[in-house]
Design a protein around this ligand. Structure first.
Ligand SMILES: [Mn+2]
Length: 297
């Protein structure tokens, strides 16, 4: 299928994506506005292109109608590890890449790509400018009203989230050590050809207390922003869209395009919002959805 066919087949202009029946729990985001969407900045992550879980059509629908000065791709965009195991690349997945490149080419959007653990091969080449896209390990975003946010995927904090209790006892030195150790551990695994060992995926799949894990992840990322003297943190990785105040730090997780189909947006006054892209019918049973979600973190 050609790119144009893919784009034409997406329900741009229909009212389905503005379905008002979906009301996300604990979200303070305003209803999706009708018509053209224009923002100062947009953050999206965890597409997992190359896997069956990726909601490429919805993502194309979103990308076709959104315009922004800066688009941040916050990691796990292309699932290189999944592609290595089994090649799965439908036309719609290629069209997502084309749609992102078109935003830069046709609309002058600045594109910043912060790799995650599923596209971590890119981390060996950072910083990098390629096809107009800026690749970097992490960056700081300044909002229109002058607040500063750390932008990172978030996988570096997997280990501290699981070991948070004894690390709290041992203190800051051990805490930093585990973060660095986790990074080295996975760098060695990568060099040996093994994929990133995702503690979060392991836990979300195995352990009943996923809620506690998510809470620790949010606190760990917020602590990092605070340690650096920043106002907030923007990340992805755990496929759990969220925006909340964590001890004075604005924690923002832009969610994913496997499960939640969400984006974080900044308007021209510097106001941040979580955008829940319209919901169609989801006929999967929750258990299947949960296992897919756990497997793809
Ligand atoms: Mn990830």
């Amino acid at each position: 299928m050609a790119l144009d066919d893919v784009l034409d087949s997406s329900p741009v202009g229909s009212d389905d994506r503005f379905s008002s029946s979906y009301k996300p729990a604990a979200s303070k985001s305003p209803p999706t506005p009708r018509g053209f969407h224009r923002y100062r900045s947009v953050w999206i992550s965890d597409f997992h292109l190359g896997t069956r879980g990726c909601r490429a059509e919805r993502l194309l629908d979103f990308l076709a109608t959104v315009r922004c000065d800066t688009l941040y791709l916050v990691g796990d965009i292309i699932d290189a590890w999944a592609l290595k195991n089994a090649w799965y690349w439908p036309a719609s997945h290629g069209a997502v890449i084309q749609a992102v490149l078109a935003l830069h080419r046709d609309h002058g959007t600045r594109i910043v790509y912060v790799p995650g653990n599923h596209d971590e091969m890119l981390r060996d080449f950072l910083p990098l400018d390629l096809a107009g896209i800026e690749f970097c390990d992490e960056c700081v975003h300044e909002t229109a009203d002058g607040r500063r946010y750390l932008v990172m995927h978030g996988d570096a904090f997997d280990a501290v989230c699981t070991e948070a209790r004894w690390l709290a006892v041992l203190g800051d030195y051990a805490y930093r050590g585990v973060i660095v150790g986790n990074s080295w551990f996975n760098t060695v695994r990568r060099r040996l050809g093994y994929p990133y060992w995702s503690l979060s995926a392991f836990l979300k799949y195995q352990v009943k207390n996923a809620v506690a894990y998510i809470g620790r992840f949010e606190e760990a990322l917020a602590d990092e922003a605070k340690r650096r003297g920043l106002d907030g943190i923007i990340c992805g990785h755990i496929h759990t869209p969220s925006r909340r105040d964590v001890d004075g730090i604005d924690y923002c997780n832009d969610g994913d395009w496997v499960e939640s189909c969400t984006a974080l947006t900044e308007d021209f006054a510097g106001r941040m919002s979580l955008l829940y892209w319209g919901r169609g019918t989801d006929d999967e049973i929750p258990a299947e959805r949960e296992s897919r979600r756990a497997a793809s973190v």
